[in-house]
Design a binder for this molecule. Structure first.
Ligand code: SAH
Length: 346
Protein backbone atom coordinates (compact mmCIF):
# COMPACT_ATOMS: atom_id res chain seq x y z
CA UNK A 1 0.00 0.00 0.00
CA UNK A 2 1.37 3.38 -0.94
CA UNK A 3 0.67 6.65 0.80
CA UNK A 4 -2.01 8.60 -1.02
CA UNK A 5 -3.81 5.53 -2.35
CA UNK A 6 -7.43 5.32 -1.32
CA UNK A 7 -7.67 2.33 0.92
CA UNK A 8 -10.63 0.89 2.71
CA UNK A 9 -10.19 0.58 6.45
CA UNK A 10 -11.46 -2.93 7.12
CA UNK A 11 -11.53 -2.20 10.85
CA UNK A 12 -14.50 0.11 10.23
CA UNK A 13 -16.82 -2.66 9.02
CA UNK A 14 -19.34 -4.75 10.89
CA UNK A 15 -19.40 -8.36 9.70
CA UNK A 16 -22.46 -7.75 7.52
CA UNK A 17 -20.95 -4.62 6.01
CA UNK A 18 -17.74 -6.44 5.21
CA UNK A 19 -19.76 -9.20 3.54
CA UNK A 20 -21.55 -6.63 1.37
CA UNK A 21 -18.25 -4.99 0.54
CA UNK A 22 -16.71 -8.26 -0.61
CA UNK A 23 -19.80 -9.07 -2.68
CA UNK A 24 -19.66 -5.67 -4.34
CA UNK A 25 -16.02 -6.34 -5.26
CA UNK A 26 -16.75 -9.72 -6.83
CA UNK A 27 -15.80 -11.88 -3.87
CA UNK A 28 -17.94 -14.04 -1.61
CA UNK A 29 -19.92 -12.90 1.38
CA UNK A 30 -18.50 -15.66 3.54
CA UNK A 31 -15.01 -14.28 3.02
CA UNK A 32 -15.98 -11.67 5.60
CA UNK A 33 -16.23 -14.28 8.36
CA UNK A 34 -12.77 -15.55 7.42
CA UNK A 35 -11.23 -12.09 7.41
CA UNK A 36 -12.99 -11.19 10.68
CA UNK A 37 -11.51 -14.29 12.24
CA UNK A 38 -8.02 -13.38 11.03
CA UNK A 39 -8.25 -9.82 12.24
CA UNK A 40 -9.97 -10.23 15.59
CA UNK A 41 -9.38 -13.80 16.74
CA UNK A 42 -6.08 -14.83 15.19
CA UNK A 43 -4.84 -11.22 15.37
CA UNK A 44 -3.22 -11.19 11.93
CA UNK A 45 -1.23 -8.05 11.25
CA UNK A 46 -0.95 -8.47 7.49
CA UNK A 47 -2.97 -9.98 4.66
CA UNK A 48 -0.33 -12.52 3.68
CA UNK A 49 -0.92 -14.23 7.02
CA UNK A 50 -4.51 -14.96 5.95
CA UNK A 51 -3.59 -18.24 4.34
CA UNK A 52 -7.08 -19.68 3.81
CA UNK A 53 -8.09 -16.80 1.51
CA UNK A 54 -7.73 -17.11 -2.23
CA UNK A 55 -4.66 -15.51 -3.79
CA UNK A 56 -6.96 -13.09 -5.63
CA UNK A 57 -8.62 -11.89 -2.48
CA UNK A 58 -5.32 -11.53 -0.67
CA UNK A 59 -3.93 -9.52 -3.57
CA UNK A 60 -7.06 -7.39 -3.67
CA UNK A 61 -6.82 -6.67 0.05
CA UNK A 62 -3.12 -5.94 -0.23
CA UNK A 63 -3.89 -3.29 -2.85
CA UNK A 64 -7.10 -1.85 -1.48
CA UNK A 65 -7.52 -2.62 2.20
CA UNK A 66 -5.98 -1.72 5.52
CA UNK A 67 -5.96 -3.35 8.94
CA UNK A 68 -3.25 -1.04 10.22
CA UNK A 69 -2.86 -0.48 13.93
CA UNK A 70 -2.26 3.00 15.29
CA UNK A 71 1.22 4.38 15.64
CA UNK A 72 2.32 4.21 19.29
CA UNK A 73 4.02 7.52 20.02
CA UNK A 74 4.16 7.00 23.77
CA UNK A 75 3.36 4.14 26.12
CA UNK A 76 3.45 4.96 29.83
CA UNK A 77 2.86 2.49 32.65
CA UNK A 78 1.65 3.74 36.02
CA UNK A 79 2.67 2.26 39.37
CA UNK A 80 -0.81 0.64 39.58
CA UNK A 81 -0.39 -1.01 36.16
CA UNK A 82 -2.59 1.46 34.27
CA UNK A 83 -1.21 2.18 30.82
CA UNK A 84 -1.64 5.36 28.86
CA UNK A 85 -1.02 5.38 25.13
CA UNK A 86 -0.44 8.33 22.88
CA UNK A 87 -1.45 7.18 19.43
CA UNK A 88 -0.55 9.01 16.24
CA UNK A 89 -3.06 9.06 13.38
CA UNK A 90 -2.15 9.24 9.69
CA UNK A 91 -3.10 12.92 9.35
CA UNK A 92 -0.65 13.91 12.09
CA UNK A 93 -3.05 14.35 15.04
CA UNK A 94 -2.77 12.23 18.15
CA UNK A 95 -5.12 10.81 20.76
CA UNK A 96 -4.86 9.20 24.18
CA UNK A 97 -6.24 5.84 25.28
CA UNK A 98 -6.03 4.31 28.76
CA UNK A 99 -5.92 0.62 29.70
CA UNK A 100 -6.87 -0.25 33.28
CA UNK A 101 -6.55 -3.45 35.29
CA UNK A 102 -9.83 -4.11 37.11
CA UNK A 103 -10.92 -6.95 39.41
CA UNK A 104 -13.30 -8.05 36.68
CA UNK A 105 -10.93 -7.79 33.67
CA UNK A 106 -9.11 -5.30 31.49
CA UNK A 107 -10.93 -2.11 30.78
CA UNK A 108 -10.05 0.26 27.96
CA UNK A 109 -11.00 3.93 27.95
CA UNK A 110 -11.14 5.08 24.34
CA UNK A 111 -11.25 8.59 22.91
CA UNK A 112 -14.05 9.44 20.50
CA UNK A 113 -12.80 12.73 19.07
CA UNK A 114 -9.57 14.65 18.60
CA UNK A 115 -10.10 17.47 21.11
CA UNK A 116 -13.56 18.37 22.42
CA UNK A 117 -15.98 21.25 21.95
CA UNK A 118 -18.06 20.76 25.08
CA UNK A 119 -15.94 23.18 27.11
CA UNK A 120 -16.58 21.78 30.61
CA UNK A 121 -14.85 24.11 33.05
CA UNK A 122 -12.92 21.38 34.87
CA UNK A 123 -11.78 19.03 32.09
CA UNK A 124 -8.39 19.00 30.36
CA UNK A 125 -9.81 17.43 27.20
CA UNK A 126 -11.78 20.57 26.40
CA UNK A 127 -8.73 22.84 26.52
CA UNK A 128 -8.29 22.29 22.80
CA UNK A 129 -11.22 22.53 20.39
CA UNK A 130 -12.33 19.51 18.46
CA UNK A 131 -10.16 18.98 15.39
CA UNK A 132 -12.17 16.08 14.04
CA UNK A 133 -14.24 13.03 14.87
CA UNK A 134 -12.59 9.64 15.07
CA UNK A 135 -13.74 7.09 12.49
CA UNK A 136 -15.16 3.70 13.52
CA UNK A 137 -11.92 2.08 12.32
CA UNK A 138 -9.83 4.42 14.47
CA UNK A 139 -11.98 3.56 17.48
CA UNK A 140 -11.54 -0.16 16.82
CA UNK A 141 -7.81 0.31 16.20
CA UNK A 142 -7.45 1.76 19.72
CA UNK A 143 -8.61 -1.59 21.09
CA UNK A 144 -6.41 -3.74 18.83
CA UNK A 145 -3.32 -1.60 19.29
CA UNK A 146 -3.67 -1.55 23.08
CA UNK A 147 -4.22 -5.33 23.14
CA UNK A 148 -1.10 -5.90 21.07
CA UNK A 149 1.05 -3.52 23.07
CA UNK A 150 -0.01 -4.87 26.45
CA UNK A 151 -0.29 -8.51 25.33
CA UNK A 152 -3.76 -8.73 26.76
CA UNK A 153 -7.42 -9.11 25.90
CA UNK A 154 -9.64 -6.10 26.49
CA UNK A 155 -12.81 -7.28 28.23
CA UNK A 156 -14.53 -3.95 28.91
CA UNK A 157 -14.68 -0.72 26.94
CA UNK A 158 -15.66 2.71 28.22
CA UNK A 159 -16.09 5.57 25.76
CA UNK A 160 -14.89 8.11 28.30
CA UNK A 161 -11.64 9.41 26.86
CA UNK A 162 -11.25 12.68 25.01
CA UNK A 163 -14.33 13.88 23.15
CA UNK A 164 -18.10 13.74 23.43
CA UNK A 165 -19.27 10.39 22.04
CA UNK A 166 -22.77 11.68 21.32
CA UNK A 167 -21.22 14.46 19.21
CA UNK A 168 -19.84 11.62 17.04
CA UNK A 169 -22.87 9.40 17.41
CA UNK A 170 -22.94 7.28 14.26
CA UNK A 171 -19.26 6.37 14.41
CA UNK A 172 -19.46 5.45 18.08
CA UNK A 173 -22.50 3.23 17.52
CA UNK A 174 -20.84 1.54 14.57
CA UNK A 175 -17.75 0.99 16.78
CA UNK A 176 -19.91 -0.68 19.42
CA UNK A 177 -21.49 -2.97 16.84
CA UNK A 178 -18.06 -3.97 15.53
CA UNK A 179 -16.46 -4.79 18.89
CA UNK A 180 -19.63 -6.63 19.93
CA UNK A 181 -19.56 -8.99 16.91
CA UNK A 182 -19.56 -12.59 18.15
CA UNK A 183 -17.13 -13.58 15.40
CA UNK A 184 -14.87 -10.66 16.27
CA UNK A 185 -13.73 -9.20 19.59
CA UNK A 186 -17.03 -10.34 21.14
CA UNK A 187 -17.05 -7.68 23.84
CA UNK A 188 -20.45 -8.04 25.51
CA UNK A 189 -22.94 -5.20 25.37
CA UNK A 190 -23.03 -5.04 29.15
CA UNK A 191 -19.26 -4.59 29.10
CA UNK A 192 -19.45 -1.44 27.00
CA UNK A 193 -20.30 1.97 28.47
CA UNK A 194 -20.81 5.29 26.74
CA UNK A 195 -20.51 8.45 28.82
CA UNK A 196 -22.16 11.69 27.71
CA UNK A 197 -22.31 15.22 29.04
CA UNK A 198 -26.06 15.07 28.32
CA UNK A 199 -26.97 15.55 24.64
CA UNK A 200 -30.69 14.84 25.07
CA UNK A 201 -31.75 13.92 21.50
CA UNK A 202 -28.91 11.41 21.34
CA UNK A 203 -29.83 9.87 24.69
CA UNK A 204 -33.28 9.24 23.23
CA UNK A 205 -31.78 7.79 20.06
CA UNK A 206 -29.44 5.58 22.09
CA UNK A 207 -32.49 4.17 23.88
CA UNK A 208 -33.65 2.78 20.52
CA UNK A 209 -30.41 1.02 19.57
CA UNK A 210 -30.62 -2.75 19.29
CA UNK A 211 -27.31 -3.20 21.08
CA UNK A 212 -27.90 -2.36 24.72
CA UNK A 213 -24.60 -0.98 25.90
CA UNK A 214 -24.56 0.97 29.15
CA UNK A 215 -25.22 4.67 29.52
CA UNK A 216 -23.42 7.02 31.91
CA UNK A 217 -24.29 10.68 32.23
CA UNK A 218 -21.92 13.32 33.55
CA UNK A 219 -24.20 15.18 35.92
CA UNK A 220 -21.79 16.91 38.33
CA UNK A 221 -24.37 19.31 39.78
CA UNK A 222 -27.87 18.98 41.23
CA UNK A 223 -29.32 22.26 39.91
CA UNK A 224 -29.23 24.20 36.66
CA UNK A 225 -27.56 27.29 38.05
CA UNK A 226 -24.52 25.36 39.25
CA UNK A 227 -24.47 22.91 36.37
CA UNK A 228 -24.47 25.69 33.78
CA UNK A 229 -21.50 27.23 35.55
CA UNK A 230 -19.61 23.95 35.38
CA UNK A 231 -20.80 22.66 32.02
CA UNK A 232 -21.94 25.06 29.32
CA UNK A 233 -23.89 22.29 27.53
CA UNK A 234 -26.44 22.61 30.34
CA UNK A 235 -27.73 25.84 28.78
CA UNK A 236 -28.82 23.84 25.76
CA UNK A 237 -30.04 20.74 27.61
CA UNK A 238 -31.03 21.59 31.18
CA UNK A 239 -31.39 19.03 33.96
CA UNK A 240 -35.14 18.51 33.67
CA UNK A 241 -34.74 17.44 30.04
CA UNK A 242 -31.89 15.10 30.90
CA UNK A 243 -33.89 13.48 33.69
CA UNK A 244 -36.90 13.07 31.37
CA UNK A 245 -34.67 11.47 28.73
CA UNK A 246 -33.29 9.07 31.36
CA UNK A 247 -36.83 8.09 32.28
CA UNK A 248 -37.59 7.29 28.64
CA UNK A 249 -34.27 5.43 28.34
CA UNK A 250 -35.18 3.25 31.30
CA UNK A 251 -38.72 2.59 30.03
CA UNK A 252 -37.34 1.47 26.67
CA UNK A 253 -34.30 -0.50 27.81
CA UNK A 254 -34.91 -1.52 31.47
CA UNK A 255 -31.25 -0.60 31.96
CA UNK A 256 -30.01 1.34 34.94
CA UNK A 257 -28.39 4.69 34.17
CA UNK A 258 -25.18 5.76 35.89
CA UNK A 259 -24.83 9.37 36.93
CA UNK A 260 -21.24 10.49 37.25
CA UNK A 261 -20.75 13.16 39.88
CA UNK A 262 -17.41 14.84 40.21
CA UNK A 263 -16.62 16.07 43.72
CA UNK A 264 -15.18 19.60 43.60
CA UNK A 265 -14.20 21.03 46.94
CA UNK A 266 -16.53 23.78 48.10
CA UNK A 267 -18.36 23.85 44.77
CA UNK A 268 -20.79 20.90 44.59
CA UNK A 269 -19.83 18.72 47.56
CA UNK A 270 -21.90 19.87 50.55
CA UNK A 271 -24.56 17.73 52.23
CA UNK A 272 -27.14 20.19 50.91
CA UNK A 273 -25.95 19.29 47.39
CA UNK A 274 -26.27 15.60 48.25
CA UNK A 275 -29.85 16.20 49.38
CA UNK A 276 -30.67 18.16 46.26
CA UNK A 277 -29.13 15.43 44.10
CA UNK A 278 -31.19 12.76 45.90
CA UNK A 279 -34.38 14.69 45.25
CA UNK A 280 -33.49 15.22 41.61
CA UNK A 281 -32.96 11.56 40.76
CA UNK A 282 -35.26 9.83 43.24
CA UNK A 283 -37.52 7.30 41.56
CA UNK A 284 -35.24 6.85 38.57
CA UNK A 285 -33.55 3.50 38.24
CA UNK A 286 -30.11 5.00 38.51
CA UNK A 287 -27.06 5.09 40.65
CA UNK A 288 -24.43 7.72 41.33
CA UNK A 289 -20.75 7.17 40.69
CA UNK A 290 -18.85 9.73 42.75
CA UNK A 291 -15.55 10.70 41.11
CA UNK A 292 -12.69 12.28 43.02
CA UNK A 293 -11.52 15.31 41.03
CA UNK A 294 -8.17 14.96 39.32
CA UNK A 295 -6.23 18.18 39.29
CA UNK A 296 -5.79 19.93 35.97
CA UNK A 297 -3.17 22.64 36.28
CA UNK A 298 -5.04 25.18 34.16
CA UNK A 299 -8.03 25.15 36.53
CA UNK A 300 -8.42 26.28 40.14
CA UNK A 301 -10.67 23.41 41.29
CA UNK A 302 -9.56 21.23 44.18
CA UNK A 303 -10.46 17.67 45.04
CA UNK A 304 -12.85 17.02 47.89
CA UNK A 305 -11.01 15.17 50.66
CA UNK A 306 -11.90 11.57 51.46
CA UNK A 307 -13.75 12.35 54.73
CA UNK A 308 -16.02 14.79 52.98
CA UNK A 309 -16.46 12.48 49.99
CA UNK A 310 -17.50 9.67 52.35
CA UNK A 311 -19.98 11.98 54.10
CA UNK A 312 -21.50 12.86 50.72
CA UNK A 313 -21.67 9.16 49.84
CA UNK A 314 -23.29 8.26 53.18
CA UNK A 315 -25.85 10.99 52.78
CA UNK A 316 -26.90 9.68 49.37
CA UNK A 317 -27.17 6.14 50.74
CA UNK A 318 -29.23 7.33 53.73
CA UNK A 319 -31.60 8.99 51.33
CA UNK A 320 -32.02 5.76 49.40
CA UNK A 321 -29.77 6.59 46.46
CA UNK A 322 -27.34 3.86 45.39
CA UNK A 323 -23.81 5.20 45.01
CA UNK A 324 -20.20 4.15 44.53
CA UNK A 325 -16.98 6.05 44.97
CA UNK A 326 -14.76 5.61 41.92
CA UNK A 327 -11.35 4.14 42.49
CA UNK A 328 -8.69 6.38 41.05
CA UNK A 329 -6.20 4.88 38.64
CA UNK A 330 -3.26 6.15 36.69
CA UNK A 331 -3.04 9.55 38.42
CA UNK A 332 0.78 9.50 38.38
CA UNK A 333 0.87 9.46 34.58
CA UNK A 334 -2.02 11.91 34.02
CA UNK A 335 -4.17 9.03 32.80
CA UNK A 336 -7.02 9.60 35.26
CA UNK A 337 -10.47 10.92 34.33
CA UNK A 338 -10.39 14.37 32.85
CA UNK A 339 -6.63 14.45 32.46
CA UNK A 340 -6.47 13.34 28.84
CA UNK A 341 -5.56 16.17 26.57
CA UNK A 342 -4.39 17.03 23.11
CA UNK A 343 -0.63 17.13 23.07
CA UNK A 344 1.03 20.36 22.01
CA UNK A 345 2.55 18.76 18.94
CA UNK A 346 -0.74 17.60 17.51
N1 SAH B 1 -17.67 13.73 27.11
C1 SAH B 1 -18.07 12.60 27.85
C2 SAH B 1 -16.99 11.57 28.10
C3 SAH B 1 -15.61 12.06 28.46
S1 SAH B 1 -15.29 12.62 30.09
C4 SAH B 1 -18.71 13.03 29.14
O1 SAH B 1 -18.76 14.22 29.42
O2 SAH B 1 -19.20 12.18 29.88
C5 SAH B 1 -15.38 11.23 31.18
C6 SAH B 1 -15.74 11.62 32.59
O3 SAH B 1 -14.62 12.26 33.28
C7 SAH B 1 -16.88 12.62 32.66
O4 SAH B 1 -17.76 12.29 33.69
C8 SAH B 1 -16.13 13.90 32.96
O5 SAH B 1 -16.97 14.89 33.46
C9 SAH B 1 -15.10 13.41 33.94
N2 SAH B 1 -14.02 14.37 34.19
C10 SAH B 1 -13.65 15.42 33.43
N3 SAH B 1 -12.63 16.09 33.99
C11 SAH B 1 -12.34 15.44 35.13
C12 SAH B 1 -11.35 15.61 36.13
N4 SAH B 1 -10.46 16.57 36.04
N5 SAH B 1 -11.33 14.74 37.18
C13 SAH B 1 -12.21 13.71 37.23
N6 SAH B 1 -13.15 13.48 36.30
C14 SAH B 1 -13.23 14.34 35.26
Amino acid sequence: MKLGDTVTDLLGFTLAEMGDYFLSQGFKKFNAAQVFDWIYVKKARSFDQMTNLSKDLRQFLENNGSIDRLDIKQHQISSDGTRKFLFGLPDGVSIETVLMIQDYGMSLCVSSQVGCNMGCSFCASGLKKKQRDLTPGELVAQVLTAEDAALTKVTHVVVMGTGEPFDNYDNVIRFIRIINEAKGLAIGQRHITVSTCGIVPRILQYAEEPIRSNLAISLHAPNDELRTRLMKINKRYPLAEIIDACRVYFEKTSRRVTFEYLLLEGVNDTLAHADELSDLIRGLNAYVNLIPYNRVREFAYERTDMTRAMAFFDRLMKRGIAATLRKEQGGDIDAACGQLRLKADS
